[in-house]
Design a protein around this ligand. Structure first.
Ligand code: PLP
Length: 381
């Protein structure tokens, strides 16, 4: 029998079931999921409302190319439109986050007829060759160089350097409003405003990568709404599919015809089952006021993380239900210990414990996180 290639750390746990914020292993042990498949299961595992939409769609049709219209895509665009500020009139469908980032870069190149992409220190934008080119972490890129050569990295959150970074050859500036993978680092309002000004002045596109921050997690539907700075394009993915794979680029209406037929495409894009899930997820987001719940529970979570009472924990970062606890030591040593206490978490950067729980977590769940984190940080490892 073949084996599945390994390039991830193995936790030695076999997950057999999930419901909302919990997962269960084959021993019947329950875990509070603050990993959520890197933020994907933000609306919970097997959320009944989304599951029902998927179940119904499974009886209808699954695979229909974008040449045809389908009820699933109609339901999606009608629900998703209600989540978009009015300036954004067009959505490009893809299957993953990295594919959405690739699409956004292609759009910027074609719209501006320029080639240089500006990204920032500690950025993460994906793992395919184009998006990897604008991802900062050496450990992800080194083995695959040379990558796309026309990339400049600026210093994240250094507004004073933005002016000289964007010249006449820059097609776009790509930035995460809150860096996820790179350490749960919120952008400063000044930094995003400076990027907005200089890109407008130089006719380059401002692209926000909201694949991790978007779809309610930070307490607004889109993190940029908390800053009051609007991009020209932005990407979304992860939570948007309600657990199924999706990536999208959202753009101003006038960019809608950027690609000629044949110039861009993706076989699985707009798959009916995925569309049904993303439509239901979008409906649910409004119906249950998910951003407001993320904001409220995010405050509870931040307070709990700040109460760990250990000397190695420094400070809590992030917004809503995207939170990091910065440590004085490497964070990955604590992931397995937290798991053994029934809490799944992630790292971000070298020394940040990252929590990306579903919107449905309760005060009781937050109490479990608090006690697990303080026990783990206190025990000598
Ligand atoms: C996860 C992520 C991506 C890549 O998405 P995939 O679906 O893994 O390809 C890109 N940008 C950000 C900010 C992400 O968090």
């Amino acid at each position: 029998m073949a084996r599945i290639a390994r390039y991830y750390r193995e936790y030695g746990v076999r997950i057999v079931r999930g419901y909302m914020q919990y997962l269960w292993d084959d021993q019947g042990r329950r875990y509070l999921d603050c990993n959520t498949n890197h933020g994907v299961a933000f609306l919970g595992h097997a959320n009944p409302y989304i599951a029902e939409a998927v179940r119904r769609q499974l009886e209808e049709v699954w695979a229909v190319p974008l040449n045809f219209s389908t009820p699933a895509r109609e339901r999606f665009i009608s629900a998703f439109s209600r989540l978009l500020p009015s300036k954004f009139g067009v959505v490009f469908l893809q299957n993953t986050g990295t594919e959405a980032v690739e699409t956004a870069i292609k759009m910027a190149k074609k719209i501006t007829r320029r080639r240089t992409v500006v990204a920032f220190t500690n950025s993460f934008h994906g793992r395919t060759l184009g998006s990897l080119s604008i991802t900062w972490n050496e450990a992800y890129r080194k083995a695959f160089e040379p990558l796309y050569p026309y990339v400049k990295f600026g210093k994240f959150n250094v507004a004073a350097e933005v002016e000289k970074l964007v010249d006449e050859d820059v097609c776009c500036v790509v930035v995460e409003p809150i860096q996820g993978e790179g350490g749960v680092n919120p952008a400063t309002p000044d930094f995003l405003r400076a990027l907005r000004e200089v890109t407008a002045e130089k006719n380059a596109l401002l692209i926000f990568d909201e694949i991790q921050t978007g779809f309610g997690r930070t307490g607004a539907v889109w993190a940029f709404q908390k800053y009051g700075v609007e991009p020209d394009l932005f990407t979304a993915g992860k939570a948007l599919g309600g657990g199924l794979p999706i990536g999208v680029v959202i753009a101003r209406e006038d960019y809608g015809d950027v690609f000629e037929p044949g110039e861009h495409g993706s076989t699985f894009a707009g798959n009916s089952v995925v569309m049904a899930a993303a439509a239901a997820a979008s409906e649910l987001l409004l119906k249950e006021d998910v951003p407001a719940r993320a904001e409220a529970m995010g405050e509870e979570l931040a307070k709990a993380l700040a109460e760990h009472g250990s000397r190695i924990g420094l400070r809590v970062k992030g917004m809503g239900l995207m939170r990091g606890l910065e440590l004085r030591v490497k964070a990955d040593q604590f992931i397995q210990q937290l798991l053994s206490k029934g809490v799944l978490a992630l790292t971000a950067g070298m020394n940040v414990l990252r929590f990306l729980p579903p919107y449905s977590i309760t005060r009781e769940d937050v109490e479990l996180i608090r006690s697990a984190v303080s026990e783990v940080l206190r025990s000598p490892s």
